[in-house]
Design a protein around this ligand. Sequence first.
Ligand code: FAM
Length: 472
Amino acid sequence: MISLTIPRVALRAAAPSRQFAAAANGSVRGVKTLTEAVGEVIPKKREELAQLKSSSADKSLGEVKVSNLLGGMRGLKIMLWEGSVLDANTGITFHGKTIPDCEKELPNAKDLGLGGKEMLPESMLWLLLTGNVPSNEEVKQLSAELAAKGKLPSFVEKIIDSFPKTLHPMTQFAAAVGALNHDSAFAAAYTKGIKKTEYWQPTLEDSIDLVAKLPAIAARIYYNVFGKGDGQQKIDTSKDLIGNYAEMIGYGGNEGLTDYLRLYIAIHGDHEGGNVSAHTAHLVGSALSDPYLSYSAALLGLAGPLHGLANQEVLGWALGMQDKVGPNASHEQIKEYLWDTLKSGRVVPGYGHAVLRRPDPRFTALSRFCDDRPELQQSSIVQLVKKVSEVAPGVLKEHGKTANPFPNVDAASGCVLHEYGLSEFRYYTVIFGISRAIGALPQLVMDRALGLPIERPKSMSIAALNKHLGNN
Ligand code: FAM
């Protein structure tokens, strides 16, 4: 029989304290807040973990080979991650739900009468944090809570304003997010000596606050670097997170772009735990750094060209092709351009993946969006994305290096933004950065709720490896 080792007091402590629950803004009578919903699921998660520890702690999850150590830890199962699982062939599922399931089940812009019809990132955040689909009322209330918490302290605005326009927007983003730690509820509670079983509460409070403020930070950066939007924090509590964001960057009247941003931000949120940004948030958070510090570090990882920066790279690459061969590239011309890229020793951006071995379902979702919108069907850049996706897999297979020759999400994401007029591609990864918080922060809350320890894997030198293996 399995014995539960979690003390009762720890299970009880999962219910949010009265003071904390009351802190959730704008709660409507009878409609659950996200904080209450998270408090309800934590006791079960703690029980599941306790059972796993007591029944299976010594079981093996596979062997560690030298190739794993030398190959970026590919394939090693070394991290707990609750929100999503990535299957090499079928792609991402969020608490077991595929992207099409989420498109069907999660409250969307139409359900909330917002204009547009795509799922809301707020709905995805709720699903990732609780494992449950929220009601329309719950999402509406969450949107209002995020709007109420969305304004930046003036010192953060000033920090952003002081950056040179030439500083990459992602560096500005990470710095501004890190600075928000000035007001971290977790850091303050830790200093006062909060109990370990209660860590998750101020972690969640900070996480909701951070998700709420990311659009205003991103909009301020857009204004400062590109002079678009008016730099004002126009946050309306009757709008959703992305409705407010679109308004702040000067695209409030553009329903197509606003709806695209909802879909983009919902589906880029989580891609299990091993990717650089998610893993970084988890690793830094394991030192009990607060959510602002942890997510700031994650953004710096997202800024790398092999990860989040790829969406900016794809657009530059596709526009380069258009410049070279004109707007209506033939399959033959695309093939030639692909080979030129590969022969010059560069990667084809938007193709390949460390885990996926089939086309990325996120690419499929963005392609579906393009097919649904008449204004995108005629776009030469959107048509080019489609044609490249027909030609590139064959070329990459023939090239013979890439384990996955199919498009990933970035193959389409930036080109659609460009078509809608958001053409500053140095900014694109910032939008990805608004999104990734929706996946990385829920796990940080769960890390604290489950009391996971500081991460500390073992490293080895070449000499130590040779000695261990008996090589001379
Ligand atoms: N074009 C050309 N060569 C590629 C390639 C591509 N798109 N994808 C992989 N390769 C090469 C890779 O560079 C490696 O070559 P070397 O042996 O000379 O080092 C070889 O194929 C084997 O790599 P792999 O096992 O297929 O891929 P990895 O797991 O090492 O890397 C990626 C995965 C995503 C970094 C890689 O496919 C890549 O560089 N893709 C282009 C950049 C990109 O689109 N990144 C976005 C990924 C994404 F979904 C995200 O994070 N947003």
